[in-house]
Design a protein around this ligand. Structure first.
Ligand code: ARG
Length: 467
């Protein structure tokens, strides 16, 4: 094992033992930061030129060298070396081998602020892509609802039939959740969008770096284009709170996806039979020929465990660390990479699955026809006739018990039977069980009323068309 030309020169008599090198390398996973590493280096070099540390020719050579390395990495011909430990040293060592001026690139920079800037750049890109995918999933949910404007299903509490809702209303609940997830992700992006370069290893630099210039070059700017740089060098190299925010927002997003997955799994079962998923988004059983399983939803539900676990790992990783940088921090990457990859795959696959899903109107209608779903409407009917709600609740409870006793649906009791329970019931009581009318009556903001749901679908279609 040869010693690294970058970090071990001078101080060390020998390179690390092979097993230490293998234990401590991160190139096997942090190579994916290469674009951001090169971008950061070019911005840093540009600034070094402007403050007189690099000549114009040196800057030009460094840029050309980094561009060339970038092209090789992209085409898969770049030779990553495990003994060079990580993405930063691999790129810098190779640059210096090709371009003598590469030896000046690390002026007033440490891998500690370098990795911090790389991962912030990476996170910004990752959140932007994920945000677009979340919008895609919202569109899929809205699309599924809009394709079935006539479908009503029972809404459930405690997984017991509760009250009828438009199918679209149920789906739009997830659109709302996803919107808050998106807000949290963008909020995390906002706090990650601050440039730590110039923090050095821990204590900045004695050289007159123009940190604001580097920040501007890397797009670490506020809404008005003003540069945003970290205000404390020790904080700049040692905290990963922005990654934890991302992991937390992603974990919550994953939990929402998992709940959606669970609904899909229930709905696709024979017992519910509310939806059908296209063959391409289901899998079969190796033994039971009749099976068509909702594996995309099940795996989404299952993968949520990893995403939640990653958040716990990151929190635990930080909790005992003394200031400032400690090598432990290298362990952040696999966790956030896994979170990003997993959540994105789940969002995309769930969206694609829903694009290939349809409701089964007959079974939804059969389930929604259960008159018990309108027991609360019956209580509201009594309230409209002047009865206090608590009393109405009690009266309807007795009606339900009576219906159960006679083995009759609620809407098939006679008026005499209703009036036998309470004289307040009048012939118009039967109107309560007209489902279409019942849906129209849910007319307040946020309710699953016919006009309301239509308006909400429109609102989301309009919003998402712009997104
Ligand atoms: N691979 C390291 C990480 O991910 C980069 C920083 C290394 N810094 C150091 N002083 N060894 O954290």
């Amino acid at each position: 094992m040869s010693s690294s030309p970058v970090s071990r020169s001078g101080r060390f008599g020998s390179g690390p033992a092979a097993e230490v090198a293998a234990f401590s390398e991160s190139i096997s996973f942090d190579w994916r930061l290469w674009r951001h590493d090169i971008r950061g280096s070019i911005a840093h070099a540009t600034m070094l030129r402007e403050i007189g540390i690099l000549s114009a020719a040196e800057l030009k050579a460094i840029k050309a060298g980094l561009d060339e390395i970038g092209r090789e990495i992209e085409s898969g011909t770049f030779a990553w070396k495990m003994e060079l430990e990580d993405v930063h040293m691999n790129i810098e060592a190779e640059l210096t081998r090709r371009v003598p001026a590469g030896a000046r690139l690390h002026t007033a920079r440490s891998r500690n602020d370098q990795v911090a800037v790389d991962i912030r750049l990476w996170l910004r890109d990752e959140i932007d892509t994920l945000a677009a995918d979340v919008r895609g999933l919202q569109k899929a949910l809205v699309g599924l609802g809009a394709r079935h404007p006539e479908v009503i299903i029972p809404g459930y509490t405690h997984l017991q039939r509760a009250q009828p809702v438009w199918f679209a209303h149920h789906l739009l609940a997830y659109v709302e959740m996803l919107d808050r997830d998106l807000g949290r992700l963008l909020d995390a992006r906002e706090r990650a969008n601050v440039c730590p370069l110039g923090s050095g290893a821990i204590a900045g630099s004695t050289l007159p770096l123009d940190r604001e210039r580097v920040a501007t070059l890397l797009g670490f700017v506020d809404a008005k284009g003003r540069p945003r740089v970290t205000q404390n060098s020790m904080d700049g190299v040692s905290d990963r709170d922005f990654l934890i925010e991302f992991a937390a927002a992603s974990a919550l997003l994953a939990v929402h996806l998992s709940r959606l997955a669970e609904d899909v799994i229930l709905w696709v079962s024979t017992e519910f039979g509310f939806i059908r998923i296209a063959d391409a988004y289901t899998t079969g059983s190796s033994l039971m020929p009749q099976k068509k399983n909702p594996d995309v939803a099940e795996l989404t539900r299952g993968k949520t465990g990893r995403v939640v676990g990653n958040l716990m790992s990151l929190l635990t990783l930080l909790k005992g660390l003394p200031m400032t940088y400690n090598r432990d921090l290298q362990e952040d990457k696999e966790r956030v990479f896994d979170t990003a990859d997993t959540v994105r795959a789940c969002v995309r696959l769930m969206g694609a699955m829903l694009d290939n899903t349809r409701a089964i109107p007959e079974s939804c209608a059969a389930a929604a026809a259960d008159p018990l779903l309108l027991a609360t409407d019956l209580a509201d009917y009594l309230v409209r006739k002047g009865m206090p709600f608590r009393q109405a609740h009690h009266v309807v409870g007795s009606v339900v018990a009576l219906a159960e006793k006679w083995g009759k649906p609620l809407n098939q009791l006679t008026l005499a039977e209703y009036q036998g329970v309470d004289r307040t019931f009048e012939p118009d009581v039967m109107d309560v069980f007209d489902l279409k009318k019942a849906m129209q009556r849910r007319a307040i903001t946020g309710a699953p009323g016919t006009a309301q749901v239509k308006a909400q679908l429109k609102r989301w279609q309009r919003l998402l068309a712009k997104a």
